[in-house]
Write a protein that binds this ligand. Structure first.
Ligand code: GLT
Ligand code: MN
Ligand code: MN
Length: 389
């Protein structure tokens, strides 16, 4: 392997314990890999060159652990972090696995479940902060329905808002340095999940009591499952100052939740994504929320993890090549040419501007005849990706 694709701490590559620790269970089959301990997973991640490790409360501490067991697990985990130098940039709560949450967590019709979900999340926040997390992801995997007979969707939104407002106040009250990142997914494991896309989340955040504490954690697969352009979701979140975290993986459109290795399916989308993140100077973690094929043993899991990071770094290099390619730059210059003749119509509205614009004449036919050379531009992109340029 060439050294220039070697992951380094400054790349901020992170993985969840649940990603490399995924044992390959699916709806049709039993686990295919033995379960590794959180400490083993930290060493595995250190071996492949990751910088950070994230977890759900119960990835680290089993849901039925006693306080003494919790303390021992946390101290073993801290020791592994010290020995490997790995950091914990993000933490989250498992509000999906336990049967108590089968009808939802923060949106459940049962007030006891809603209260329990809040309690579990406050405790998980304490755990995350204790281990250094600065970002707290909330993924409402069970916050949905199979039938709308079950719940008024407006009521569900109100419950979600109340829960997130409560948690923001809790964080302020504790004096924690922690931001929330909401993660959307359109469906699976529920028939339909509320706030189905990053766009829905961005609108919802503006209705919260502390919108400044809450951003998004968009995932490639989740936007692709909704048939959407992930880059556009990322760009909107970025422009709104809300790109607090990111879940990188890959996913064919119109399929079940695949969580493939980053860049393994839609290379061109992955390229434009990496180019965007690098061009704008995104400084957050590059978190891979994916897992190895079910066919793999732990050697394959390491290959999977290395592959996520290596592909990211190769695409980063391709983005630099794209940005410095003279023919591409000449095309972009041409595409964005501006002779200044429209300057008087730009910017904010004024009645004078509007009046002048209404009187202006345009050569509509000439505008329609222009060729944009996007075929050439895209082919040049493809040739860079294919390594022949
Ligand atoms: C789960 C889910 C992910 C979320 C994780 C955080 S858990 O793997 O599929 O998309 O990001 O709760
Ligand atoms: Mn996912
Ligand atoms: Mn995710």
């Amino acid at each position: 392997m060439s050294d220039r694709y070697q992951p380094k701490p400054e790349h901020k590559f992170s993985f969840g314990l649940w990603t490399v620790g995924n044992v390959g269970r699916d709806p049709f089959g039993e686990p295919v890999r033995e379960r590794l301990s959180p400490v083993d997973l930290v060493y595995l991640l250190a071996e492949v060159g990751a910088w950070g490790v994230n977890f759900h409360d119960n990835d680290l501490v089993p849901i039925d652990a006693t306080p003494a067991e919790r303390d021992r697990i946390v101290s073993d985990f801290k020791k592994a972090l010290r020995e490997t130098g790995l950091v914990v940039p993000m933490a989250t709560t498992n509000l999906a696995s336990d049967p108590a949450f089968k009808e939802g967590a923060f949106t459940s019709n049962d007030p006891r479940v809603r209260a329990y979900a809040l309690q579990k999340t406050m405790r998980a926040i304490d755990l995350g902060v204790e281990l250094g997390a600065k970002i707290y992801v909330i993924w409402g995997g069970r916050e949905g329905v199979e039938t709308d007979a079950a719940k008024n969707p407006v009521e569900a939104l109100k419950r979600l808002r109340e829960a997130i407002n409560f948690l923001c106040e809790y964080v302020i009250d504790q004096g924690y340095d922690l931001k929330f990142a909401l993660e959307a997914k359109p469906n699976e494991p529920r028939g339909d999940i509320y706030l189905a896309t990053t766009g829905h989340m961005l609108a919802f955040i503006e209705t919260l009591d502390h919108p400044e504490m809450v951003g998004v954690n968009p995932e490639v697969a989740h936007e692709h499952m909704a048939g959407l352009n992930y880059l556009h979701a990322i760009a909107q979140a970025w422009e709104a100052g809300k790109l607090f975290h990111i879940d990188l993986n890959d996913q064919a459109f119109a399929r079940y939740d695949q969580d493939f290795r980053f860049g393994s399916w839609n290379l061109k989308s992955a390229f434009f994504l990496v180019k965007f993140l690098e061009d704008v100077g995104y400084e957050g973690p590059r978190h891979f929320d994916a897992h190895a094929y079910r066919t793999e043993d732990y050697e394959g899991v390491k290959e999977f993890a290395r592959g996520c990071m290596r592909t990211y770094l190769i695409l980063k290099e391709k983005a630099e090549q794209w940005n410095s390619d003279p023919e591409i730059q000449a095309l972009l210059k041409e595409i964005n040419a501006d002779d200044g003749s429209m300057d008087m119509f730009k910017g904010r509205y004024t009645p004078e501007k509007a009046a002048a614009l209404k009187m202006a004449s345009f050569d509509r036919v000439a505008l329609g005849k222009r060729g944009w050379a996007y075929e050439r531009l895209d082919q040049l992109t493809i040739e860079i990706l294919l390594g022949v340029r």
